[in-house]
Design a protein around this ligand. Structure first.
Ligand SMILES: C[S@@+](CC[C@H](N)C(=O)[O-])C[C@H]1O[C@@H](n2cnc3c(N)ncnc32)[C@H](O)[C@@H]1O
Length: 220
């Protein structure tokens, strides 16, 4: 495989998934009731205490990976408190970031968003802005329910509200997310875009390999 093709999406899906609307409607009818993991509850308490202490409007950086985007968003929005979340461990150390970038209006949390989003909604901890940058695409048709719009937590994600921005190198993921939003009467726009500067490691990698990048925006 040549470098130019690396990380490119390979899918067996031709267009919006034929079962998308059924899956979204199923999740709207049957609320997601999976019990919370104990470490999700503990993590949520830490965030709630910090949010209270900061007293600033909040931004969620969901699926933040190593947290580069969280620091970049904290720089871009100094009057907000940015919460970067990912289920994998973080390599980024807050003190290190502070020394490098001079920002400390952020925190990073290792958590499963299937729990965190529901906990935030129950506690009415609602983001003014919500970024989901380069979520795992799950390009095989049979994995629709692993994409955020096909997941049982989708109604909670929508109910959190705020200005949602998603980015992907797979346009169909975003078109499908927009189609799922239409099921709940929300509008979204999807455009090709050229991030200047890039704010996440995946974004840098995709751009360096010459791939087109796309952005979804929705006022939830
Ligand atoms: C393709 S990476 C993108 C990371 C980063 N946003 C970037 O652009 O460099 C997708 C990230 O989503 C995270 N993720 C996937 N499912 C998750 C879940 N249920 N809860 C929290 N994070 C999740 C993964 O751990 C991974 O770090």
């Amino acid at each position: 495989m040549s470098f130019a093709n690396s990380h490119q999406i390979i899918t067996n899906q031709q267009g919006i998934h034929e079962h998308l609307v059924d899956v979204v409607e199923k999740h709207l009818k049957h609320p997601f009731q999976k019990p919370y993991q104990s470490h999700s509850l503990e993590g949520f308490k830490l965030v709630a205490a910090e949010v209270e202490k900061q007293g600033k409007p909040i931004i969620f950086d969901s699926c933040c990976g190593v947290g580069d985007s969280t620091v970049n968003l904290a720089k871009l929005y100094p009057e907000h408190f940015v919460i970067g979340m990912d289920k994998s461990g973080h390599r980024l150390n807050k003190n290190e970031a502070y020394e490098q970038h001079g920002v400390d209006n952020f925190m990073l949390l290792r958590t499963d968003l299937n729990d965190f989003w529901r906990l935030a909604l129950e506690a009415e901890m609602l983001p003014e802005k919500h970024f989901i940058l380069y979520p795992n695409p799950w390009p095989k048709s049979k994995h629709l329910q692993r994409r955020w719009h096909g997941a049982a937590v989708f109604p909670a994600l929508v109910a959190l509200g705020g200005e949602l921005e998603m980015r992907s190198n797979w346009r169909l993921y975003l078109d499908e997310f927009a189609a799922a939003l239409a099921v709940v009467n929300k509008q979204a726009s999807v455009h090709e875009f050229n991030p200047q500067p890039t704010i996440t490691p995946f974004e840098r990698k995709y751009q360096a390999s010459g791939q087109a990048l796309y952005q979804l925006k929705a006022a939830l």
